[in-house]
Write a protein that binds this ligand. Structure first.
Ligand SMILES: Cc1cc2nc3c(=O)[nH]c(=O)nc-3n(C[C@H](O)[C@H](O)[C@H](O)COP(=O)(O)OP(=O)(O)OC[C@H]3O[C@@H](n4cnc5c(N)ncnc54)[C@H](O)[C@@H]3O)c2cc1C
Length: 414
């Protein structure tokens, strides 16, 4: 049985239906007109195997990656929020495996709008999480046509081959037919961004449960009920921020999946080539997204830049794919790879049109998608989470209407 909607029971808080998808379950303070979150409330219910502890709140977020945590940070000042993460630690999957870059002009038009809208937060909030890096893209003679297109898409400036080789002295001069770069692509301290959002959410009262895989999900009496092995949770709103698992969560909740595809991408950590100090090198990109190499803590992270479709799972690097990617990198440099110190992979999950999906499902009331962050989940997180909060709290979105529409799940409606 699903309990009745939250009530605060205080005199000055009269419950009034809010004209938004929150379902009217957040009471409005009649003096200030502001929403007032109902407090979390625990009670127990009789179940087939004895009594079950049930926690009632305003919003349940499923997924403890950057998407879910940033949404918790934005929402918890206005509503009672519970975040459920299946793993023992936050950021265990894609969010623990990124290349940690901010590239403003990377991604399609919609992603770029989110990048631009996120830049101020990433630069300024909590002292900022961005630091100088820059990009240098190099192309072989047979890649020149594609290279020009990529240069335009990523707003790269042409560079002389000699200049490029001066910047990265291991480049194999005779192989580099063209080069281009920018200086404004930056390193993004992904761990700090995630921890800052988590801190802000917890400080505002959000409760994070790890080792809490959301199990069967049902809706009754205007509330979502989410079971976990420890206890059950009920709320009028559920935020699906489960990364590669978002379609699985939808199916569990009886909501139509949207056709997300998790694509594996691997990384190998190698020692600094030939003892070079790589700290000030730009991030190197092979044209046609054929590989990249990024300085990190005095070493290089080399990725084959693959996009191999996979089922949602705890991804690991495929040795053959890694070896082929390293060979493509080695072709362009003079220093051979002598050792792979570590390797890992993560799933970059894309909607069919490669734009994120942010908004309430058109058919399932209170079911909110925060999904399909692809290869841009960190750099877009400030704007994506802000939009999620605007829509859930029924505030006018700060983002342009056309961008909001391009992110809405309604674009997949039949
Ligand atoms: C190699 C690589 C390089 C990248 N480089 C960059 C970069 O430079 N810049 C950038 O911005 N982005 C980058 N990305 C992309 C970025 O990492 C992702 O877009 C982002 O981490 C996605 O975050 P998420 O929260 O949606 O997913 P995740 O981090 O995967 O989080 C989803 C969480 O949901 C949990 N979950 C699933 N099912 C359940 C359930 N039933 N109950 C409870 N919890 C559940 C999972 O355990 C998981 O922790 C990169 C990704 C990869 C793999």
């Amino acid at each position: 049985m699903i309990p009745a909607p939250c009530r605060t029971g205080t005199r000055q808080l009269q419950k009034k239906k809010l004209p938004h998808a929150f379902g009217g379950n957040i009471p409005v303070n009649m003096k200030t007109g502001k929403e007032k979150a109902c407090k979390m409330r625990a009670f127990s219910l009789a179940g087939p195997h004895g009594r079950v502890r049930v926690m009632k709140c305003d919003i349940i977020i499923i997924g403890g990656g950057i998407a879910g945590i940033s949404a918790a940070a934005r929402l918890s000042a206005h509503a009672s929020v519970v975040l459920l993460e299946a793993e023992e630690t936050l950021g265990h999957h894609a969010s623990g495996r990124s290349a940690a870059m901010f590239e403003r002009e990377y991604g399609n038009r919609v992603v770029r709008a989110l990048n631009h809208a996120s830049e101020e937060y990433l630069t300024q909030e909590n002292g900022g999480v961005l630091s100088p890096r820059g990009i240098l893209m190099v192309a072989r003679a047979d890649q020149l046509e594609h290279f020009s297109q990529e240069m335009a898409e990523m707003s790269l400036e042409p560079l002389g081959v000699a200049e490029a080789c001066e910047m990265v002295p291991i480049l194999r001069r005779e192989k580099v037919a063209a080069a281009a770069g920018n200086t404004w692509a930056r390193d993004l301290d992904a761990d700090r961004l995630l921890q800052d959002f988590a801190k802000r959410a917890r400080a505002a009262g959000a409760v994070f449960h790890t080792r809490a895989p959301a199990g069967p999900i049902a809706r009754a009496g205007g509330l979502w009920q989410v079971k976990t092995p420890q206890e059950d949770f009920v709320a009028p709103v559920i935020v699906n921020a489960a990364g590669a698992w978002v379609d699985e969560i939808a199916c569990m909740a009886g909501v139509s999946p949207l056709g997300f595809v998790p694509l594996r991408r691997s990384i190998a950590q190698i020692p600094a080539p030939a003892g070079h100090d790589v700290r000030d090198w730009p991030m190197l990109h092979g044209a046609c997204e054929s590989w990249y190499a990024k300085p990190e803590a005095g070493k290089l992270l080399v990725s084959p830049s693959e996009e191999d479709p996979a089922e949602p799972h705890d991804a690991w690097a495929d040795d053959m794919v890694l070896a082929e990617g390293l060979a493509r990198y080695e072709e362009m440099v003079t220093a051979p790879v002598t050792r792979v110190e570590a390797s890992w992979a993560g799933l970059r999950t894309f909607a069919p049109d490669r734009s994120p999906v942010i908004g309430f499902d058109g058919e399932a009331p209170g079911f909110f998608w925060l999904a399909g962050q692809g290869g841009y989940g960190f750099q877009t997180s400030p704007a994506a989470s802000s939009l999620a909060a605007d829509l859930i709290l029924s505030r006018p979105p700060e983002l342009e209407t056309r961008v909001v529409a391009a992110l809405s799940p309604e674009r997949f409606a039949p």
